[in-house]
Design a protein around this ligand. Structure first.
Ligand code: NAI
Ligand code: MG
Length: 365
């Protein structure tokens, strides 16, 4: 498997380094066919080469079986980098270029952390849900967009929220198929009451349920209510499917209820091609975390669990994926805690210390 590693900025290289160690463990111990290429990306690349993403990296992105991405962005980026270059070297361009419309974000409570959760264990215990966030359309891509100047000199920022029937259909179908491999329930989230694209979303999701997946449990939910339900009663959810913007916000919030943003993985997939291959991008859901970058304290589990998703979805090795997920659970059960998930007074390990703990758990599995 040809994997392109784009560790990016901030904590990106720190957490991705541990994920790569795990991949190498699978190559050495479980015969994973691994061909790794690593490239700079984002500000890191800008500082070295004066571009966020060189053309040859773009070609490698096209050629890879899977991409392992870290994070990109730094607070001063907007100030230094010209808008055209920002567009060319953006994560949005990569997602769109690969057409990875199905962004899966699982949120699962780790049993070992249930007690230390700042929320009542009663609420977070047993949470096991997954978002399917539509990733290549909607608010982040609609045109027109930009900052325009009105005749009276007022500047106005413009984004446009659009969804075609086809864009909605493929995301919703993906969610229903995923639900059949889980607990067989889909919640479709929109704001059909105030948004045109939301009303179309609701109509199409309802029709797909009725016509193609009547065996799967189904409900519509308004996005604001969904935010409340996630905080109050997250165990009620199995698969949630929603648009790009709501998916971004709600999945981050859902991540927070189980502990730390640093533990959440994601996988973004395209439709299968004629050979059944999907383009695939794997990344932790957090950003470059400038507040903790360079200190060796970031939690690498989001990136490591993204490798588990890669083993499942790109390498077709579900047993290895499960093995890795168990190893993460095992490392936590043995007490490995980075600072973000430690309770007061608990001993803390570094980023690489958490990598060590996961690899030790793999060795002992
Ligand atoms: P962030 O996700 O980088 O950080 C939010 C909070 O979570 C911070 O307090 C951070 O310390 C903590 N955190 C994040 N990852 C962690 C980890 N692995 N271990 C422990 N704690 C962790 O979001 P923020 O601060 O809003 O954005 C920082 C930069 O990242 C911005 O430039 C933003 O544009 C970019 N960003 C990039 C993303 C990507 O590359 N996919 C996604 C989100 C933000
Ligand atoms: Mg986000």
């Amino acid at each position: 498997m040809k994997i392109l590693v784009l560790a990016g900025d901030g904590v990106g290289p720190e957490v991705t380094g541990q994920a790569v160690r795990v991949l190498q463990w699978f190559a050495q111990n479980r015969n994973l066919d691994l061909r790794l290429t690593e490239r700079d990306f984002g500000m890191t690349n800008w500082q070295k080469h004066g571009t966020l993403m060189p053309d040859e990296t773009w070609e490698q992105i096209q050629a890879a079986d899977a991409i392992l991405f870290g994070a990109t962005g730094s607070l001063d980026q907007a100030a230094v980098i010209p808008p055209e270059e920002r567009r060319k070297g953006s994560l949005l361009r990569m997602r769109k270029g690969l057409d990875v419309f199905a962004n899966m974000r699982p949120v699962k409570m780790q049993p070992a952390l249930a007690e230390g959760s700042p929320y009542k264990p009663r609420v977070t215990e047993g949470v096991d849900l997954i978002f399917v966030r539509e990733l290549t359309a909607g608010m982040y891509f609609g045109t027109p967009r930009g900052v325009e100047t009105l005749p009276d000199g007022t500047r106005r920022g413009v984004n446009t929220h659009t969804y075609t029937e086809a864009e909605i259909r493929r995301a919703v179908r993906f969610a229903f198929e995923l639900a059949r491999s889980r607990r067989n329930h889909v919640t479709s989230v929109d704001k059909a009451n105030v948004m045109e694209a939301g009303a179309l979303w609701r109509e199409i999701a309802g029709a797909i349920h009725k016509e193609e997946f009547p065996d799967v449990g189904f409900e519509h939910m308004l996005a604001d209510n969904c935010a409340i339900q996630l905080a109050r009663n997250p165990t009620r959810f199995d698969v949630l499917v929603t648009d790009n913007l709501f998916g971004d916000l709600l999945s981050d919030a859902a991540g927070a209820i189980i502990g730390s943003l640093g533990m959440l993985p994601s996988a973004s997939l395209s439709a299968p091609d004629a050979q059944g291959r999907r383009r695939a991008l794997y990344e932790p859901i957090h950003g470059s975390a400038p507040d903790i970058a360079g200190k060796g304290i970031a939690n690498p589990l989001g990136s490591i669990l993204s490798v588990a998703m890669m083993l499942r979805w790109s390498a077709n090795r579900p047993e290895d994926a499960a093995l890795l997920e168990k190893a993460v659970e095992g490392a936590l059960a043995k007490g490995a805690r980075t600072a973000d998930i430690a309770s007061p007074g608990e001993a803390v390990v570094s980023t690489s210390g958490m990598g060590d703990a996961v690899i030790a758990a793999l060795e002992n599995a």
